[in-house]
Ligand binder design. Structure first.
Ligand SMILES: [Zn+2]
Length: 401
């Protein structure tokens, strides 16, 4: 199991400048490799592999193009890996087409295996080609260090260590009683509705911070691009985004811990990524981003805590009755679920949560024989689906947004 540990680091002024310079060199390299990959494909249908890209990156470094020799070789190589995975994610339907990165958006560099050394006693982090940095180790790290990223966030530098630890034993999902399984529906009005009727409210402070972001963002176009005041607003925006991110993480971590304390299995529906990519509304895209994060957290916290997480296909989860599994179409504005087949009457989001739980249980019971200690159970793959259960005449249920 991989975990991430993030610590604040304090490079000297000179080290900070060198790191920033490295980031912009790597950004340039990223864009060059990306362009080259596209060009080769367009010209002769050639598709550059990860190895090709790495070789190209290291070749450029060897010829000391753009002073790449001032950067540790594995860090340069990692940039090639980023280009590779950007295209891989695009081809896998998980991301948009890789864009040319702006310098301001390229904010981290990675030491994949070597080139760094952490001294716990002196709280110093040595980075090859950068030097020794002061680091604040606010909590103990567990596991064997696999990778290190150095990240710049709104004026602050962070070291993120990826470590490998043994995952705790977890009971097979088949023996979990139904009352220890919770279905959750994520929503825009309420953050989450649980199948037992409880709900998690979206915290007010998050809404307030998001309002602040919106206000600040509206001021941006009124300033001359690149001017001093424009830069000031950009910096405040970055700070505010960081603040919101931390508030959101904190909120989600607490709720997640609470949910896993009470339950052994969480069932959530996946997000419709295609819909999300088309979505340009700021408030909604923020909500999407936070749902995405919540689902990812649910997945890896399950592994960390020895619990289970099941993701169900979001198709039709607002349009079916949890009780009789009949199709009950409703418009987005209808907040009630009233089933004309079995007479069930309840809140729309409660129905979705109960339905999620039911699909989750169906998928567990369908899984037999009991598996190999449960290692494959938390795969973030939509397992059960309403699609297969309905007659073919039913049109695709609309997505909830
Ligand atoms: Zn019904």
């Amino acid at each position: 199991m991989l975990s991430a540990y993030k610590y604040r680091t304090y490079p000297t002024r000179e080290q900070g400048m060198r790191l920033k310079r490295n980031l912009s060199l790597l950004c340039k390299l990223y864009n060059e490799l990306r362009d080259e990959k596209i060009r080769r494909y367009k010209e002769n249908g050639e598709s550059l592999t990860q190895t090709d890209l790495r070789a190209m990156a290291l070749g450029k470094r060897r010829n000391n193009n753009d002073n790449l020799q001032t950067i540790f070789s594995q860090v340069v190589q990692n940039t090639a890996d980023r280009v590779h995975s950007a295209f891989k994610n695009y081809l896998g339907g998980r991301a948009r087409f890789p864009k040319n990165k702006r310098y301001s958006k390229y904010r981290s560099l990675t030491y994949p295996q070597f080139g760094f050394q952490l001294n716990n006693q002196t709280s110093r982090l040595y980075l090859a080609k950068i030097g020794s940095l002061r680091i604040f180790l606010h909590r103990a790290m567990r596991g064997e260090i696999r990778r290190l990223s150095i990240k710049y966030e709104a004026g602050e530098w962070y070291a993120i260590f990826i470590t490998k630890t043994e995952a705790p034993e977890r009971p097979p999902v088949e023996i979990v009683p139904d009352e220890k399984i919770s279905g959750i529906d994520l929503g825009f009005e309420k953050f989450a509705a649980l199948d037992n009727g409880a709900s998690i409210e979206y915290p007010k402070f998050l809404r307030q911070s998001e309002e602040k972001i919106k206000r600040l963002q509206r001021r941006l176009p009124r300033r001359q691009r690149g001017s001093k005041r424009w830069k000031q607003i950009c910096f405040s925006l970055a700070k505010l985004h960081l603040h919101v991110k931390r508030q959101r993480d904190d909120f989600q971590n607490k709720e997640m811990a609470e949910l896993y304390k009470k339950n052994d299995v969480l069932v959530l529906e996946g997000l419709n990524v295609q819909n999300m990519l088309r979505n340009h509304n700021l408030a909604k895209s923020m909500a999407d981003a936070s749902f995405c994060k919540f689902i990812r957290k649910a997945h890896f916290k399950a592994e960390m805590l020895g619990k289970h997480f099941i993701m169900v296909d979001p198709w039709g989860t607002t349009q079916f009755c949890y009780n009789c599994l009949e199709w009950v179409p409703k418009a987005l504005s209808e907040r009630q679920h009233h089933c004309s087949h079995c007479g069930e009457k309840l809140q729309r989001d409660l129905n979705s949560a109960k339905l999620a739980k039911r699909l989750g249980i169906l998928s567990i019971r369908r899984r037999s024989p009991p598996s190999d200690g449960g290692s494959s159970l938390a795969e973030p793959k939509p397992l059960p689906s309403l699609r297969g259960m309905v007659s073919q005449g039913v049109e695709a249920g609309s997505h909830r947004f």
